[in-house]
Unconditional design. Structure first.
Length: 164
């Protein structure tokens, strides 16, 4: 059994709309486990993470846990830290953040870079898939909040952009 990125997204969307709390799927070369423990009363209960934030790849042939599982999660930045005049580019999934298409290549964006809607601003690697993250806004990059090669969480702010 093989599962491509689109099939995975469709599967996770189905799980999101269900009340299933735990799901396991195994293929020839992968094992996917999704677990949700939805909080009863959370401060941001209306913004629950999407299932892909809770999916962690587990290699079927390795006894070692994935590197993502070993990294302690950092709390998301508080809303008070956000400047009202800046727009945020956030991680749509749990992944590893890369600023350039390959080691040694120039970064997609730098501080002060002008970006346009649809422009690739970074790569997010999840489940050994390289996902290009495209800007949903146009403007000037004024903050890059993640180090190259760092793990990121769903909803984590990656960059801030001054619109224009």
């Amino acid at each position: 059994m093989q599962l491509d990125h689109d099939q995975l997204k469709a599967l996770l969307a189905l799980l999101e709309d269900s009340d299933i709390q735990e799901f396991k799927l195994e293929g020839d070369d992968f094992r996917l486990e999704v677990r949700r423990n939805l909080p009863v009363a959370a401060p941001q209960a209306q913004h629950l993470p999407a299932p892909e934030a809770l999916a962690a790849p587990v290699p079927a042939t390795s006894a070692q846990p994935s590197a993502m599982a070993e990294v302690p999660s950092a709390p998301p930045p508080s809303a008070a830290a956000n400047r009202g005049d800046l727009l945020e580019i956030t991680a749509p999934m749990v992944a590893t953040f890369y600023r350039a298409p390959a080691p040694g290549d120039p970064a997609f964006v730098e501080l002060g870079s002008r970006i346009r809607e649809g422009q690739t601003v970074c790569i997010l690697e999840a489940m050994k898939l390289m996902n290009e993250l495209e800007a949903e806004v146009s403007g000037e990059v004024v903050e890059i909040l993640v180090e190259n090669g760092s793990p990121v969480e769903f909803g984590q702010v990656l960059m801030r952009v001054k619109p224009g």
